[in-house]
Design a protein around this ligand. Structure first.
Ligand SMILES: [Zn+2]
Length: 434
């Protein structure tokens, strides 16, 4: 895999430091090109996830990492513009995996334990980017690690999807978990802003402000939280413009109570079937309960993050995979927005593509979603779940040029999302070479 087009201009270059830096460069280098340069992707078929159609033979003009023009035919080309002919190819928005655990991908390679070396994480992120992922929502990790990687990704220091991350809130009992120890190493689990133990006596306002301060864009609610605490957390998070991403149930709050308490998303399809294994197994008799839940989710605009990939691929969860597929199908029929996440990210040394492709293929193949809706689940729907749909998630003027160019029409076959010719992240081209 090679990288081309390494020029990346930050939109923030007009800040004081940036201007001074640029002036220094102009003074000391003679070959620097400072004129705005655009990249034009011509003759491409755009998969329009908003309209649901393919718009044929378009040109996409990109400047400073942003799409500035889309038109049929070719815009008047300026000197120095780089034009890439994509005749016969298809283009979808950059994929978003809305449920990743980059540090826990040890799951897929038992030889790697928690707290992997940074080099491994960088390699994994690069694999994801070349595999079509331009943004991830990292669900509960060591914020010290992911915020540093997030910065490096944003600056183009590493080849990586953009990283949005969360702080995890849970009841005290959760913090015995080895994953909590790993994500807080050197500190006391439950005592840090990104892995916070919540009880009736917690100052929830401060906890939410601290999560905001560590760079999180959402609060992940995990186990052992009762509805009254969930409602308080959600209300404080809303004030601070943070999202609340909950497990499908928290053992002390069921899915319906979580939705009523103001969360923005529910993760893991089968957790909607009940809080205890015996309740889950009574499916599909809980069908009417599910319909009530889905109506409420739709009404409150709560999205479903099913993580079907793990039900299909983790042996101990496999018995629940059919139930999971049915939950996705019924949620979709009820108008609940589906957001695609894998609960891992990839087995980057073993598999050529990240798992998001398999996640969305399962929606089509096992839950009968139309292909366009499966693609939406990993693009515009995930952008909405992150609160970033004004910047990413579709191919539109003024949005970031985060794009995946495909050799084959994905609307003909969902597996074609893997026919990647190249990936574009904020205007930088990453050409895939298998
Ligand atoms: Zn998870």
């Amino acid at each position: 895999m090679i990288r081309v087009g390494v020029i990346k201009k930050s939109k923030k270059s007009s800040d004081q430091f940036g201007v001074r830096f640029l002036v220094n460069l102009i003074l000391f280098t003679s070959s620097l090109v400072v004129a705005a340069q655009s990249t034009i992707l011509k003759n491409v078929n755009i998969v329009d996830v908003i309209g649901g159609d393919i718009i044929t033979n378009q040109s996409i003009e990109i400047e400073d990492g942003v799409i500035v023009n889309i038109q049929s035919g070719l815009p008047e080309s300026l000197d120095g513009d780089s034009v890439i002919d994509l005749s016969g190819k298809y283009i979808i928005p950059g994929l978003i995996d809305s449920h990743t655990h980059i540090e826990h991908s040890a799951y897929w390679n038992p030889a790697r334990k928690y707290n992997p070396p940074r080099d491994n994480l960088v390699e994994l992120l690069e694999h994801a980017l070349y595999g079509g992922i331009t943004t991830i929502r990292e669900m509960a990790s060591d914020v010290r690690v992911v915020s540093e990687l997030s910065r490096a990704a944003k600056l183009g220091v590493i080849n990586s999807p953009d990283i949005q991350f969360s702080s995890l809130f849970a009841g005290p009992d959760f913090f015995e978990d080895p994953r909590a120890a790993a994500a807080t190493s050197g500190e006391v689990p439950g005592n840090v802003s990104w892995f916070k133990s919540i009880t009736d006596s917690t100052d929830i306002s401060s906890a939410v402000i601290e999560a905001k301060g560590n760079g999180s864009s959402g609060i992940k609610l995990y186990a052992f939280l009762k509805p009254s605490l969930v409602a308080k957390i959600s209300a404080e998070a809303r004030k601070r413009n943070l999202k609340v991403w909950a497990h499908g149930n928290t053992q002390e709050s069921n899915s319906y109570e979580l939705v009523e308490s103001g969360v923005n998303s529910l993760s893991h399809s089968t957790l909607l079937l009940g809080m205890r294994p015996d309740e889950m197994m009574s499916y599909p008799t809980v069908d009417s309960t599910l319909q009530i839940l889905f109506r409420k989710m739709k009404e409150n605009e709560v999205v479903l993050d099913p993580t079907q990939f793990i039900y299909e691929n983790v042996e101990r969860l496999n018995t629940m995979s059919d139930a999971g597929s049915q939950v996705i199908a019924k949620a979709h029929q009820s108008g609940v927005m589906i957001t695609a996440g894998t609960d891992t990210i990839s087995a980057y040394r073993e598999e050529p593509f990240p798992f998001i492709h398999e996640e969305i293929a399962l929606y089509v193949e096992k839950s009968n979603l139309p292909i366009i809706d499966a693609i939406r689940s990993a693009t515009i729907n995930n952008a909405i779940a992150l609160g970033l749909d004004d910047q990413i998630g579709s191919i539109d003027v003024n949005k970031k040029a985060n794009l995946v160019v495909l050799n084959e029409n994905p609307l003909e076959n969902i597996q074609h999302t893997k026919s990647i010719f190249m990936v574009v992240k904020e205007g930088v081209v990453f050409k895939r070479k298998l």
